[in-house]
Design a protein around this ligand. Structure first.
Ligand SMILES: Cc1ncc(COP(=O)(O)O)c(C=O)c1O
Length: 397
């Protein structure tokens, strides 16, 4: 039996931990995001609340970024080179039959994808904003739309949206449209003279030929859609997840045409990508980090499958059953979207994970998914800590 003093202390601690999200985010003005609580946990071990690469930050690129700070007495290059060319060559390699120069002419780098999401939102024609075919998706697009004083309508609303934003694969649900299905969806749902942003940040995990199932390989189709119907497809990439560098901020956008890229450049704040981030990008796109990416494509699905197995064992030990919890998302992804089908369990899972120094992303924050949490794919030893923290998860009666 705990003494009254002990149990009061525990209650107090629980309250403080529960209030962490409010401490970091100004809920009145900012959108909740994972990845902020780790530094408040004095027993922090691993961040399961973000979808970053479980292999951690690539070390050659990190070293180069640190060294680049020796030149912080100078401005970064105004043309974002050579990092921009390196990224274009990496994204559209000739060996896959892609034209990197075309991609380069349509590209802008940004201070994280967030900067570019906001920029494209502001240049899009006035009118309704709609998400892709999901009630739940990464919230930054909606936040930018609301900040730009747009009226937000549900994806199923028949009113024509001048700006549609689709996240593929969808974060957090993990659902994914293959390229032909995605193109068909755009052709059928976008209205003429509108903007369609597609976020492919998480698509990189697909395979070492991710480009072939991505809009990156569809330059002609994009050009044609713009010419014939004035539907402007912008492809958004956050590079902070695949290369686990959320702190240095790196994103890119591929505009439908080089002319539209110039229009966007006119409005972009200069030097928004700093010297460390540019140098980091050069190295991740080089042969030096080829092994890191090969390991990512090889290990992530294996780690994910083993994480799912451990969750199923846990479910069985807690409920006596297996297979009821929904563990969603494509096999290649860097996270699992868990539906415990029980609010009490989801709440307790977030709480116990924090207390064990392995924070997860509660579905209730922002997404209003009260029975769900999102957890990152991590190495088996780290996963064991999370599973152990969950061994006595509460259930509603
Ligand atoms: C799908 C998706 N797109 C874009 C972003 C924005 O990332 P950043 O601004 O760090 O590049 C995120 C971050 O969580 C994301 O999950």
């Amino acid at each position: 039996m705990l003494s009254t003093k002990d149990s009061t202390q525990i209650q107090k601690e629980k309250k403080i931990i529960g209030a962490l999200a409010e401490k970091v985010w100004d809920a009145k003005t900012q959108q909740y995001h994972g990845g902020q609580e780790w530094k408040f946990l004095n027993n922090f071990v691993e961040d399961f609340s973000v979808t970053t690469n479980g292999l951690g930050t690539p070390k050659h690129a990190l070293k180069a970024a640190k060294e680049a700070l020796n030149f912080c007495g100078h401005y970064p290059p105004g043309d974002q080179e050579p990092a921009k060319s390196d990224l274009a060559k990496w994204m559209a390699p000739a060996k896959l039959g892609l034209d990197w120069e075309n991609v380069h002419s349509r590209m802008l780098l940004g201070n994280g994808a967030s900067e570019l999401i906001d920029l494209v939102t502001r240049v899009s024609p006035r009118g309704y904003w709609k998400p892709g075919p999901n009630r739940v998706q990464y919230k930054e697009y909606e936040r930018s739309a609301i900040a730009d004083k747009r009226e937000v309508i549900p994806y199923s609303d028949p009113r024509p949206a001048t700006l549609t934003c689709l996240v593929n694969p969808n974060n957090p649900t993990g659902s994914y449209m293959h390229i032909e299905e995605l193109k068909k969806y755009i052709e059928e749902t976008a209205v003429d003279n509108s903007v369609f942003m597609v976020d492919e940040s998480m698509q990189i995990w697909h395979s070492n030929k991710f480009q072939l199932d991505s809009l990156i390989s569809q330059s002609e189709w994009i050009e044609n859609l713009y010419k014939t119907r004035k539907i402007a497809v912008y492809i958004m990439h956050s590079w902070t997840k695949i290369w686990s560098c959320t702190g240095i901020r790196l994103g890119s956008v591929l505009c439908p045409t080089a002319e539209l890229a110039s229009e966007l450049k006119k409005l972009q704040v200069p030097w928004s990508v700093n010297v460390a981030a540019l140098r980091f990008l050069e190295v991740v796109c080089s042969e030096e980090e080829e092994e890191y990416l090969n390991k990512t494509w090889e290990l992530t699905p294996k780690w994910r499958a083993s994480e799912i197995e451990k969750l199923r064992e846990l479910e069985k030990s807690l409920t006596g059953e297996s297979g009821n919890w929904k563990l969603d998302g494509e096999d290649f992804l860097s996270w699992i979207w868990i539906d415990f089908l029980d609010e009490v369990t989801a709440e307790d899972a977030a709480e116990k994970a924090r207390q064990a120094g392995v924070p997860v992303r509660p579905g209730k924050n922002g997404y209003k998914e009260y029975t769900k949490v999102r957890i990152a794919v991590r190495s088996p030893e780290k996963v064991d800590i999370l599973i152990n923290a969950w061994k006595d998860l509460k259930r509603s009666q």
